[in-house]
Design a protein around this ligand. Structure first.
Ligand SMILES: *Cc1c(COP(=O)(O)O)cnc(C)c1O
Length: 462
């Protein structure tokens, strides 16, 4: 299995190389050259299997020769051993034909753990083999950073540097990143919003001298290894609800388009997914794109679902690449326009293909709060604000298929918003007790490439 860039100008890579690299050198994202297909019998056989076994079957065709079957099974087992629920991604019924998939039982209480815990294991195995040392730099809207730190803290061959937008994340999110005491963990609070952090990160990757000097590796949601890990739970959920014998729809709280793109890959692999519903908060560039055919940035507005306060939706480039018939030159041109003019018009053919595969909706702040309140009153389930955005949009898009809304974070990660909506303050799980007592360690940095690079050089020269 080879991986090619969405902009068509970077060399093709193996799974291991694509995973360790992150962003392609032409600025594009790595995508598999072909998507392996399962037949109905293979999918039917996954129903009821343990999560780790489904993970092995779904991901195995993508990883090529990187790991033997035994190695890969063991890495998967280690990745999910720290999850607090034996099903890993359990389903709960919310109403007639509507299910919630709880993706928040990992160590940092958000779905990011599914991917990050796995690539932590894969990176470690790969670096132990080669003896290489790398610097992982990531930008976070709140949850990626803590998941990455949790997965890489204390590893000998890795420094992990996380950029987050100063004062734009919840206190739990911040403390999860600033309290680990390992010397290979470096947390930077950057002046600006998440899009600024993500842009700075892209600039670092495009500065090839710096990239090679610090052996930069990326674990942001554009990393193919992360997308792949997220494909698995679409299979466990859909087969539990009757796939391949019936179709299942999914509503996905969306920011960077990573989680929902994983659903698209599952569908391309033959899983009977009907519609994938994009659920956004007020920062609704993806919803507007599907409605109008224009992909245009507007300012980022802070919301109570901060992990989705994004206007530059990186993984959407992968969906565009598919919608444009895998034309790297066309995608490169669109991305130039986005950078230069702040937006572009999607071609007729491409927008038609996107609308065939995806529906979309948005939730206002009031709708989000009201959904948290009502679902708690009706079912006893406490939703985090991101999951509530998903549930609100799902309810507007119910058809004949069972609907699964992805619950992307634990309510205790956003206690203020949940308490305001329900008067109940969700307690942190006991395994996280002490988070509020440990000392914090963080470096303030201006949103300036040279300043960031010099701080990173200083931090990793430990
Ligand atoms: C990251 C995140 C999202 C958005 O996921 P994408 O893959 O970026 O679309 C939604 N909810 C929570 C809680 C998150 O951490």
């Amino acid at each position: 299995m080879r991986y090619v860039s969405t902009r068509g100008q970077a060399p093709s890579l193996s799974f291991e190389e694509a995973m360790l690299t992150g962003l392609a050198r032409d600025g594009g994202l790595y995508v598999p050259e072909t998507v392996p297909m399962f037949d109905r019998g293979q999918i039917a056989a996954m129903a009821g299997l343990p999560y780790g076994e489904v993970a092995f079957r779904v991901m195995r065709p993508f990883i090529g020769e990187a790991f033997t079957d035994d190695e890969f099974r063991e890495l998967i087992a280690k990745a999910y051993a720290g999850f607090a629920h034996p099903a890993r991604a359990p389903l709960k019924q919310l109403g007639p034909n509507h299910h919630l998939m709880e993706l928040f039982h990992g160590p940092t209480l958000a779905f990011k753990d599914f991917a990050m815990q796995l690539i932590g294991q894969l990176f470690q195995a790969s670096l132990e083999r080669s003896g290489e040392r790398i610097t992982i730099v990531g930008a976070t809207s709140g949850d990626t950073g803590s998941a990455a730190i949790e997965a890489f803290r204390g590893l000998a061959n890795v420094d992990v540097v996380i950029l987050y937008p100063h004062e734009r994340i919840s206190e739990v999110q911040r403390r999860q990143m600033t309290t680990p005491s390992e010397s290979n963990v470096h947390t930077l609070a950057v002046t600006g919003d998440f899009d600024d952090c993500q842009a700075a990160l892209k600039d670092m990757f495009n500065d090839f001298a710096f990239r090679d000097e610090v052996r930069l590796a990326g674990v942001n949601s554009i990393n193919w290894g992360r997308v792949l890990a997220q494909v698995v739970y679409y299979f466990t959920a859909a087969t539990s609800l009757g796939a391949p014998h019936r179709e299942v729809d999914f509503a996905v709280p969306t920011g960077n388009f990573g989680d929902i793109y994983a659903g698209d890959i599952a569908r391309r692999m033959g899983l009977s997914i009907g519609r994938l519903v994009i659920a956004t908060n007020r920062n609704d560039i993806l919803h507007r794109t599907l409605q109008s055919g224009e992909h245009r940035k507007s300012g980022v507005t802070p919301t109570i679902s901060p992990s989705m306060d994004i206007q530059v939706s990186s993984n959407f480039e992968r969906a565009l690449w598919d919608a444009y018939g895998r034309d790297g030159a066309a995608v490169a041109q669109l991305m130039d326009e986005l950078k230069r003019d702040g937006g572009f018009a999607v071609s007729q053919g491409a927008i038609g293909r996107l609308r065939d595969g995806f529906a979309s909706g948005r939730a206002s702040e009031d709708e989000t709060r009201e959904t948290i309140r009502r679902i708690h009153a009706e079912t006893g389930e406490l939703l985090c604000p991101h999951s509530a955005v998903g549930v609100h949009v799902a309810e507007g898009n119910m058809g004949e298929n069972p609907m699964v809304t992805l619950a992307t974070a634990h309510p205790a990660k956003f206690p203020d918003a949940v308490e305001a909506a329900t008067t109940i303050r969700p307690p942190l799980p006991t395994r996280m007790a002490g988070l509020y007592d440990r000392p914090e360690r963080v470096t303030r940095v201006d949103n300036d490439l040279a300043a960031l690079q010099s701080v990173i050089r200083e931090k990793i020269a430990r």
